[in-house]
Design a protein around this ligand. Structure first.
Ligand code: COA
Ligand code: MG
Length: 291
């Protein structure tokens, strides 16, 4: 199942790694890229491997370095044999990047005696202008693609923007377009869509608004950068009791097998039934994950 909350943890920090394992995130993203200074990277790889060997109550993902970097090869050599559930890949620009990465991972999976394709891929798909223009190609991605996420920080730098937020704090139009394209590209490729992070980690109200909007729009989960964000995100991406009750009423309204029904004075047809069934399926999957 696509995780609701994915908490970034700088992998060079023993303290944060230990703390993260106690947080109810559906997945951790142990970071070897931007949150780790280059001189600490080798030691961070060892910490990631130790963490993967030890195991955790949540899924463990690793953010590796960008395609084309020497660091990426060192990351893959060290990390693939330790079998993380997925690799988060920054700054992916083209589908060829993903295809090449797929091959590099597969070689190392086979060498390590793992199942070819078991390590999934979660690219950050919008970090450069070229990457945005190539979003359509995700429909031809290798089968290990599990979801994609988007980012506004590196893209703003690449566009020469001074900021990605308007005066009211909302994403400027360019980033709203990119966000929507990432969502649509993910769904067209039949994989999960993960909302980008909310950087202002003390602003719980803003985080909740952002997470709930994303869930309503069809995103499956959201990145977190601070332990305090995880509960809010989990809640926003779990169907609420009233949503479940309403979905059950919608499904019941179609019990007689017709293509259209009425509920509370409103017409319902197939898209409403599909949405209701999706909410109930998601609620069931979540209930089976945690008591
Ligand atoms: N994972 C695990 N533990 C974390 C954490 C994280 N992402 N962020 C903070 N913590 C821990 C802190 O170490 C601290 O632990 P303590 O109570 O044992 O002292 C506690 O949570 C409270 O942290 P707080 O003091 O509120 O924040 P901070 O100033 O220590 O850290 C950041 C702020 C932004 C540096 C930190 O949240 C962080 O490193 N986030 C992840 C950054 C990252 O990975 N970026 C890459 C993706 S963009
Ligand atoms: Mg970045």
């Amino acid at each position: 199942m696509i995780p609701r909350s994915l908490l970034f943890v700088p992998a060079d920090s023993e303290k944060k790694l230990a703390k993260a394992l106690t947080i109810a995130a559906d997945a951790l993203i142990l970071d070897l890229e931007d949150s780790v200074a280059a001189p600490n990277r080798a030691a961070a790889r060892h910490k990631v491997c130790a963490c993967l060997k030890h195991g955790a109550p949540m899924q463990l993902y690793v953010r590796v370095n960008a395609p084309g970097s020497v660091d990426l090869l060192h990351d893959l050599d060290a990390i693939v044999p330790a079998a993380p559930a997925a690799l988060v890949v920054p700054k992916v620009e083209t589908i060829e990047d993903l295809i090449q990465l797929d091959r590099l991972i597969a070689e190392r999976e086979v060498q390590a005696g793992l199942t070819r394709g078991q390590i999934k891929l979660l690219p950050v798909a919008t970090e450069t202008p070229r990457a945005v223009l190539n979003l359509l190609a995700y429909q031809k991605a290798p089968p290990r693609l599990m979801a994609l996420t988007w980012g506004a920080e590196d893209l703003a730098a690449a566009l020469g923007a001074s900021t990605n937020r308007g005066l009211g704090g909302e994403f400027l139009f360019t980033y709203q377009v990119v966000r929507s394209l990432a969502l649509i590209a993910a769904k067209a490729a039949q994989v999960g869509a993960i909302e980008t992070l909310y950087a202002d980690f003390r602003d719980e109200v803003g985080l909740e608004r952002s997470a709930r909007n994303a869930a309503m729009e069809g995103f499956d989960g959201m990145l977190a950068i601070h332990p305090g964000q995880v509960a809010v995100i989990n809640e926003a991406f779990s169907p609420s009791e009233p949503e479940i009750a309403h979905a059950q009423r919608v499904v019941a309204a179609f019990a007689h097998g017709e293509g259209v029904a009425a509920l509370d004075g409103k017409m319902l047809d197939m898209p409403h039934l599909k949405q209701a069934q999706a909410i109930l399926a998601r609620a069931e999957r979540l209930a089976s994950l945690r008591p």
